[in-house]
Design a protein around this ligand. Structure first.
Ligand code: NAD
Length: 367
């Protein structure tokens, strides 16, 4: 049974399907056509799901080639992209062909980028197999790879023609990766859909079971939030008012600094979790939000098994990293804060004393 279909309005309108089993979503696919050439891109972890896609495409009479990327960020290098372009050539992909990315955010980012650049852009489909991929990376049309100068610096806005989220694929995902994606879903609750916060409060244990209907509900709700934001502000111009794409950056300013300070050893989702607690403390410290917001963040994150505190003694290096963040404007610190859950605002020029207070209160030994 298909749990939900969500429309995203970008350079074209496309559907994000959510179901428990991948074959259900594949049966409803509109991009499978007899004779159409497809390049399936996966990695060792997502290969079993790529096999399901291959069977469906072959049943539909498509000509299918498969290639594997290395695990993790190694998929998002220039040399991995060159390998993908070579595979596009070997598979004789033409303008009518399609790339199907099956995997986590690294696979969908890299394969989407190959599709965006091959012959100036051909169709692609995202089949995310991580929680972060389903609620974040595969939604929104940002594709890209890393360079020595930084993450995601080479890329393109190039939306897929469809996104297939099969929650059954999450059963093999390591717990830490699974929870990291739940943090991004919870973020969607704090910035927009407070029903997500109720779901986490009422059903945190069920959410840790990928076959639960609670998890399918969470993925659906989080996808709806990201789809609405992206539909209002596809290329991040800020034109969507309250729904500017910048709100998706909630928790990311401090989170990115923590990630960078760890030499990227800290998991992105863990960094964002602590970054959201920091942002809530900052909202309280500036008087933007009423007391209690930070505790609400801690309770929800702890229920999902996500971290809520950092271990840094010195704010200065993190301040430096935050002012270099690509979302900072002219070196001025800029944060997404909440007036209350569901009511994000952007704050420029926040006073240092408030940042110091939030930093201290988010440290490990604080309440
Ligand atoms: N394009 C965007 O808008 C956007 C948004 C957020 C993040 N991202 C990107 O997404 C990437 C992170 O994505 P991620 O968290 O999915 O990481 P990932 O792709 O590295 O996946 C995490 C790990 O899980 C493994 N894996 C994937 N599916 C599995 C499964 N079903 N069972 C077992 N193992 C599985 C992967 O091989 C990897 O080792 C980053 O590169 C980030 O920049 C992009």
């Amino acid at each position: 049974m298909i749990h939900a279909e969500i429309s995203v309005h970008a350079e074209r309108t496309y559907q994000v399907g959510v179901a428990e089993h991948l074959p259900e979503l594949l049966r409803a696919a509109t991009w499978t056509q007899p004779g159409r050439r497809a390049l399936l891109v996966c990695n060792d972890d997502s290969a079993p799901f790529a096999a399901d896609v291959e069977n469906a495409a072959l049943d539909a009479g498509m000509e299918v080639s498969t290639t594997r990327l290395p695990r993790g960020e190694a998929a998002k290098t220039l040399s991995a992209a060159s390998d993908l372009w070579r595979e596009c050539a070997r598979a004789q992909l033409d303008r009518g062909s399609i790339v199907v990315a099956v995997g986590g955010g690294t696979v969908t980012d890299a394969a989407g980028f190959a599709a965006a650049t091959w012959m100036r852009g051909i169709d692609w489909v995202a089949v995310p197999t991580t929680t972060a991929g389903m609620v974040d990376a595969a939604i929104g049309g940002k594709t890209g790879i890393n360079t020595d100068a930084g993450k995601n610096l080479l890329g393109s806005f190039h939306s897929p023609v469809a996104v297939l989220c099969a929650t059954q694929t999450l059963a093999s995902l390591p717990r830490a990766d699974y929870v990291a994606g739940l943090v991004e879903a919870l973020k969607c609750g704090f910035i927009s859909d407070t029903g997500i916060l109720e779901l986490v409060t009422a059903s945190a244990d069920s959410l840790l079971d990928p076959s639960s209907s609670a998890l399918a509900d969470l993925v659906t709700r989080a996808v709806r939030v990201k789809a609405a934001v992206v539909s209002a502000d596809f290329t991040e111009q800020g034109g969507g008012g309250a729904l500017s794409r910048e709100v998706l950056n909630y928790g990311h300013t401090f989170g990115h600094a923590l990630e960078a300070a760890s030499g990227y050893l800290l998991r992105h989702g863990d960094a964002v979790a602590v970054g959201m607690v920091f942002a809530a403390e900052l909202a309280e410290a500036t008087g933007e939000a009423r007391p209690g917001l930070a505790m609400q963040h801690r309770a929800a994150l702890a229920a999902l098994g996500a971290p809520t505190a950092h271990e840094h003694d010195d704010l200065q290096p993190l301040l430096h990293l935050m002012s270099r963040d690509k979302k900072a404007r002219g070196g001025v610190l800029r944060f997404v804060l909440l007036r209350a859950p569901g009511h994000p605002v952007t704050a420029d020029g926040v006073k240092l004393a408030a940042v110091e207070q939030a930093f201290t209160r988010t440290r490990e030994s604080s309440p």
